[in-house]
Design a binder for this molecule. Structure first.
Ligand code: ATP
Length: 347
């Protein structure tokens, strides 16, 4: 069942159109992430849904209620939408408990207290109820902000780069934790971020945005392994593009061998294609037929990302367990994994 729907929405600041004709639906219980580079319009989309920005075309609905249409905006506090911001936005002079209780003013006193305590327990902070925000770590503050947003039991939650002030390790851990909390609570949520690891960890589906448009809407797995276009291929994960030529048998001949690629629109025999090779597409195999020398390596703890130079001078990436640790300039014997490859036509 669709909970939130944006249909043909345009949003602009004076004459500057941030996006036009933006449409997507979010089903009840889904965790969706808008992911895209800085300036592509993610935050503006979130602010339009939250009721902080007017729209000049289209319609935004939450179930059967109209939230926004041109010249008509439901006030943010009437939308039944909770917000979690990048900077936590906690009240510094209120305790953790009072921060969570703050949005429940319409409830009877005892119920406010019980509800606030319940949501502090949901985010694992019951023991911190009497502390002040400055006595908490960044991750704890963000969990208080989450409890505060959940306490009024909104119809859905919007999260604006919620983990970007946290260090990388904590960011990934908290993303997974928050996903569990939201799933356990059955909350529908829309997150915006430019951090793909955050998006991967938290969301059921990702809408990749570029210049005000959604260019792919799918699971993280599909977006990573089957990007819809070159922009998505380059923006998500590490990618190498290897030139190949379509053969009469429909397969593609590349320096890495003859491979089968997924359908590419408007291609014919002899056409040049760029085949996407991910770091996990290349594996060490003593019986493999590929040889490449190590040009660079980036140690990542459990794995190492190697930049490999092929005989032609083209490069591919290869992610391997960090042991054994191969040396720079060492020549590795490799093969490609068995898969249907994604390719893009060369203009
Ligand atoms: N209040 C504003 N007035 C005018 N232009 C704005 C305003 N806010 C944002 N913009 C412009 O609108 C465009 C989209 O901004 P937006 O903040 O939605 O992007 P974003 O994808 O969320 O970027 P980031 O990841 O950097 O937050 C940008 O070109 C930005 O400069």
């Amino acid at each position: 069942m669709t909970l939130l729907s944006l249909a043909h929405v345009t949003c602009q600041y004076a004459q500057h159109v941030v996006f036009e004709n933006l449409s997507f639906d979010i089903a009840a219980g889904e965790l969706i992430c808008l992911l895209g580079p800085s300036g592509c319009g993610k935050t503006t989309a979130l602010r339009a849904i939250a009721g902080f920005e007017p729209i000049t075309q289209g319609i935004i609905r939450l179930q059967d209620r109209i939230l926004s249409k041109p010249q008509q905006m439901l006030a943010p506090e009437q939308r039944q939408i909770g917000m979690v911001f990048q900077d936590y936005a906690l009240f510094p002079h209120l305790t953790v408990l009072d921060n969570v209780r703050f949005g429940l003013r319409t409830l009877p006193r005892a119920e406010r207290l019980a509800r606030a305590r319940h949501f502090l327990a949901v985010v694992g902070l019951s023991d911190y109820a009497q502390r002040y925000p400055h006595e908490l770590s960044g991750g704890q503050q963000q969990r208080v902000a989450l409890a505060r947003a959940l306490a009024p039991q909104p119809a859905m939650l919007l999260l604006d780069e919620p983990f970007s002030n946290l260090d990388v390790d904590l960011r990934e851990r908290l993303s997974v934790e928050v996903r569990d909390i939201l799933k356990n609570q059955g909350i529908t949520a829309l997150l915006v971020t430019h951090d793909q690891h955050e998006a991967f960890a938290l969301s059921d589906k990702i809408g990749v945005m570029s210049a005000g448009q959604i260019v792919q809407w799918d699971t993280a797995f599909t977006i990573y392994h089957h990007p819809a276009n070159r922009f998505v291929a380059n923006f998500i994960g590490q990618s190498a593009l290897i030139r190949g030529q379509r053969l009469p048998n429909g397969r593609v001949m590349t320096e890495l061998g003859e491979i089968t690629v997924a359908a590419v629109e408007n291609t014919c025999n002899g056409q040049w294609l760029d085949v996407l090779i991910r770091p996990d597409d290349v594996v060490i195999d003593p019986h493999g037929s590929l040889h490449a020398s190590i040009e660079q390596r980036a140690f990542k703890g459990a794995d190492t990302l190697y930049t490999l130079r092929l005989p032609s001078g083209d490069r591919v990436y290869c992610l391997l367990p960090s042991q054994p640790h191969y040396a720079l300039n060492e020549v590795l014997t490799l093969r490609l994994v068995d898969r249907e490859w994604v390719a893009f036509a060369v203009d």
